[in-house]
Design a protein around this ligand. Structure first.
Ligand code: B12
Length: 210
């Protein structure tokens, strides 16, 4: 663990949001906000997840640390006002899952790269399909951190097929990092390992002019 990661972790565990914010602000002098999150926030949360799995951290601690990170990330990645690019119509959602950090990070990264993204928040299968049809979405980005939720993406694809529409589905989150073939099994068109890959995938689609 680097010094910044250690200090950030200690601040979170002490529930000292201001100290945690200062560490991220300092890092932002050398790194972009997204790089700062990828090099400090994500590794620290993953380390805490491992400690929780081994019984060395309470779920309540993990929860509080996650909530603080959520707030810090939202503040760091305030919508950047770029002229939006010509792009497919994109929506992002967290499917039957309370883990929201990854989704928010991907959305912010896309927005700060100039893409407009509708945010459906935390949603379920029927609601996601209804909104995607209603908004004529061309790319649905789905974030799931739990395997049980990831497997439900197949039902989203089946429902869309029933309505005879085929938006691209791009997925991401822990289950897809653990199992490299899972995205194909759930009927997705692509998987991104992080927010940078999410942006690259959308840029690739724009170049291919879907
Ligand atoms: C923090 C955390 C929590 C926090 C969430 C706080 C919040 N507001 O989001 C709290 C404490 C609430 C929590 C609760 C639970 N959690 Co939890 N949690 C985590 C942990 C440690 C980190 C997740 C995180 O926020 N990472 C930081 C973010 C920035 O990274 P990320 O989400 O992975 O997103 C990145 C990429 O995956 C990718 N990405 C993400 N989404 C998308 C989407 C697209 C389209 C693309 C392209 C890319 C992409 O880009 C992002 C940026 O780089 C993970 C461990 C892990 N290895 O992921 C467990 C983990 C996800 N949790 C797990 C579990 C089991 C739970 C609980 C069921 C625990 C319980 N017994 O109650 C509950 C379930 C809540 C629910 N019903 O949804 C398990 C899931 C295991 C499984 N096989 O399903 C994990 C994997 C831990 C483990 N190894 O067991 N959790």
């Amino acid at each position: 663990m680097t010094n910044s990661q250690f200090a950030f972790s200690q601040s979170l565990l002490a529930l000292n949001k201001n100290a945690a914010r200062i560490i991220l602000d300092d890092a932002c002098h050398e790194l972009s906000p997204v790089e700062t999150i990828n090099t400090i926030v994500s590794p620290v949360l993953e380390d805490m997840g491992r400690r929780w799995e081994h019984g060395n951290l309470a779920l309540s601690q993990l929860y509080m640390c996650g909530r603080i990170c959520e707030k810090l990330i939202d503040d760091m990645l305030d919508p950047v006002l770029f002229t939006r690019k010509s792009q497919p119509k994109i929506a992002i959602a967290s499917l039957i899952d309370y883990h929201m950090l990854g989704k928010n990070l991907v959305r912010h990264h896309l927005r700060s790269s100039g893409f407009e993204v509708l945010d459906y928040g935390r949603t379920d299968i029927d609601e996601l399909v209804r909104q995607a049809r209603n908004d004529r979405i061309e790319v649905i980005m789905i974030s799931t951190l739990m395997l049980s939720s990831a497997k439900k993406i197949l039902r989203v694809r089946e429902q869309l097929d029933k309505h005879d529409i085929r938006p691209r589905i791009i997925v991401g989150g822990a289950p897809f990092l653990f199992d490299a073939d899972l995205w194909k099994e759930v009927g997705a068109d692509a998987m991104g390992r992080n927010s940078t890959e999410a942006v690259e995938l959308i840029e690739g689609l724009c170049e291919a002019e879907i």
